[in-house]
Design a protein around this ligand. Structure first.
Ligand code: PLP
Length: 284
């Protein structure tokens, strides 16, 4: 495997950044994960847009012009011969002697890109079974709209899920309402058949998959409500599911050990999953 690290393509096993990198010292950086399908990037435009926004929010400069960045993404995919899988991109504020203040003068941001092949059959098998989730208090900071590499609460929540025999943890705000998953957005289908997912301007990351699924739902003439839903509402839902670039739509069949709907993957999650790639943008 090959990784791109600050201007060079290097063997993945030897790829390294400096110990004084601010990503390592302070989690002072942001990232993106973009699907690769048939060797092409899925929804690259939206991922790049979100990256630019994340960088702007924490005042890190673009590591290189966007046209060059797009070349690096493609070259990393090509050198790793990835047909189906994911490309990971991380930008940090760069290397500087450890001090909380931004480096002054500014250091060049660090850029790392990796790509990994994934067997699509594995995700399909998980989606056919459905997954279990647990709920846990949302103890994250307020700026979870920024896709920062500071993911410790997400790590702890997902590990707790794993230890409880579940795959994902749903964060719950102070009012008992689900915000999102540790690495996914959260959705339910009400007993009346309405699709509900939290509005993206409070307490969640605006998932690219979430955005595309809203388009899919509109085209399929499903009724969508972008609003918070409570854990109680989720437990009483007809179905539940999660979305992300690595999960598309993956059904949730248990929440905190309780069966959702009839305990099997739901029809809405299935139809969204099946239609996702005809709505996502694929760029050569
Ligand atoms: N929410 C969180 C906290 C995430 O980490 C992710 C993806 O990593 C998502 C939502 C889903 O975002 P996307 O659909 O862009 O992958």
């Amino acid at each position: 495997r090959i990784a791109y690290v600050n201007g060079q393509y290097v063997a993945h096993a030897q790829a390294a950044v400096h110990i004084e990198d601010r990503g390592y010292q302070f989690a002072d950086g942001v990232y993106e994960v973009c699907e690769v399908r048939g060797g092409h990037l899925v929804d690259e435009r939206r991922h790049i847009e979100r990256l630019v926004r994340s960088l702007g929010e924490i005042r890190i400069a673009l590591p290189m012009p966007l046209a060059a960045l797009k070349v690096v993404l493609r070259e990393t995919i090509r050198r790793n011969r990835v047909r189906h899988g994911f490309v990971y991109l991380q930008v940090t504020r760069g290397v500087a002697r450890r001090d909380h203040y931004f480096p002054d003068p500014a250091t060049p941001p660090s850029l790392v890109v990796t790509a990994r092949a994934v067997d699509p059959a594995k995700g399909e098998a998980v989606a056919r079974e459905g997954i279990a989730v647990i709920t846990t208090p949302d103890n994250r900071w307020e700026r979870v709209d920024i896709k920062t590499v500071g993911l410790l609460p997400n790590v702890l929540a997902k590990q707790a899920a794993k230890e409880a025999g579940a795959r994902e943890a749903w964060f719950v705000d102070g009012e008992g309402r689900v915000t999102e998953g540790g690495s996914t957005n959260a959705w339910i289908v009400t007993p009346e058949g309405r699709l509900v997912t939290r509005h993206a301007d409070s307490g969640i990351l605006r998932g690219i998959t979430r955005t595309v699924m809203l388009d899919v739902a509109e085209q399929l003439q499903l009724t969508v409500e972008e609003r918070p839903f409570t854990v109680a509402e989720a437990l009483a839902a007809r179905e539940a599911f999660v979305t992300s670039a690595t999960n598309f739509a993956t059904p949730v069949v248990r929440i905190d050990g309780q069966i959702i709907g009839d305990g099997r993957p739901g029809a809405v999650a299935r139809v969204l999953r099946e239609n996702f790639h005809s709505f996502a943008e694929v760029t050569p």
